[in-house]
Design a binder for this molecule. Structure first.
Ligand code: ADP
Length: 363
């Protein structure tokens, strides 16, 4: 199995505004450690069955025809398996995989080496593709369509365009914000795969498999508890499993029992529903400062002093999915479930308020 080539411009990433980095740090805290736990084959991927089935079809067709895979776009919150699927496809096909990300491709020149060096059938993975600058995005349209780049040489009257043919390869894009992708870019991907949060059963399987990869033992109840408290996200399940394993080693004989798992997660202030301090602070801010909303994400972000991207990409999707908050045309609003979760008195129902929201929906 070939190692993926991870390139990019770390210096530029370092110079990026802190907004971007804050996002990366929270989204990918255990990246290196995660590599060991990443499934390598499609058969090792747990959950996301319909996505995996469609990819299996694409793989088989591509192998039979001896052609590269179609361009694929993965979207969904961080930590759900977008990079994992790209890695799996590269292993299944035995082709080269180059990895980069939208913010690292500042100019056309940054993307050129990836295009000209791409070998026949290889995969170019572009993470955070919604952050590609428009000029770079437009530059890759002919690449995705006809495998050629159009370059302008010279200036003014003597300028001329040359077409540089490229090898046929596959672009796999990953985004946490498919809504931010321009329609022309989105349309150039032949497959769009949306990754959903995992259910507890699938996460428990992931915990069990990864516990043995980490050479630790976990009881069924403890695996279930860990899965329940992982916000539907495999990356968090992995991070929490590592913490519980350390806790079990330090406080007991290394075996993870239900009591150990509960104590370890309580110590990290991860509650019974898997929410961490940041999730609870978000709900508290919405309820206590903004009277439960509706209010905009920018207002909450300013009050919490947390980047708005972090809230919209990482905090809100799970809270929305679990119905702790809803999005109305006038902003985010806490549901009775959020009040109950924080043990706060629920506000009296205000039918007029809801009516107003409904009416505005159709404005
Ligand atoms: P994303 O690219 O969407 O942010 P990753 O693909 O990096 O997320 O996934 C994070 C980690 O979660 C991986 O390293 C892997 O260990 C685990 N993981 C993700 N999806 C799955 C899956 N379907 N089955 C098993 N483990 C998974």
């Amino acid at each position: 199995m070939r190692e993926p080539v991870i390139q990019g411009n770390p210096d530029r990433d370092r110079d990026e505004p802190s907004r971007a980095r804050a996002h990366d740090e929270r989204a990918r805290p255990a990246d290196q450690a995660d590599e060991k736990l990443r499934p390598q084959r499609l058969s090792e991927v747990i959950g996301q069955r319909s996505v995996a089935e469609r990819l299996a079809i694409a793989l088989s067709a591509s192998k039979k025809r001896g052609e590269p895979l179609p361009h694929i776009l993965f979207d969904g919150p961080p930590g759900l398996g977008k990079t994992t699927f790209a890695t799996v496809l590269h292993n299944e096909l035995g082709v080269e995989l180059n990895m980069t990300s939208g913010p690292a491709l500042d100019k056309k020149l940054d993307v050129m080496p990836y295009l000209t060096n791409a070998s026949e059938g290889s995969i170019l993975f572009i993470d955070e593709i919604h952050r590609l600058p428009v000029t770079v995005e437009e530059f890759i349209y002919p690449v995705m369509e006809d495998f050629r780049v159009d370059m302008v040489l010279g200036e003014g009257m003597s300028a001329r365009t040359i077409n540089l043919p490229l090898k046929k390869f596959t672009i796999i894009g990953a985004t946490t914000r498919s809504g931010m992708l321009s329609a022309p870019l989105r349309d150039r991907f032949h497959m769009h795969e949306h990754l959903e949060f995992y259910d507890v059963e699938d996460l428990a399987k992931i915990v069990n498999v990864n516990a043995s990869k980490l050479k630790t033992t976990v009881t069924e109840e403890a695996a279930w508890e860990l899965a329940k408290r992982s916000r539907g996200t495999p990356r968090l399940a992995n991070a929490r499993l590592r913490w519980v394993r350390d806790f079990a080693t330090a406080r007991a004989d290394g075996h993870i029992t239900l009591t150990i798992a509960k104590d370890a997660l309580d110590m990290q202030e991860i509650d019974a529903d898997g929410m961490d301090k940041q999730d609870r602070r978000y709900l508290e801010t919405l309820i206590k400062v903004f009277n439960g909303g509706p209010t905009g994400a920018e207002a909450i972000s300013a009050t919490m002093n947390v980047a708005v991207d972090t809230l919209t990409d990482e905090v809100e999707p799970y809270l929305l999915r679990r119905h702790y908050i809803i999005r109305t045309p006038r902003g985010r609003k806490a549901t009775p479930l959020a009040y109950r979760h924080l043990l706060l008195p629920e506000p009296a129902a205000d039918p007029e308020f809801n009516l107003l929201d409904q009416r505005r929906m159709f404005d």
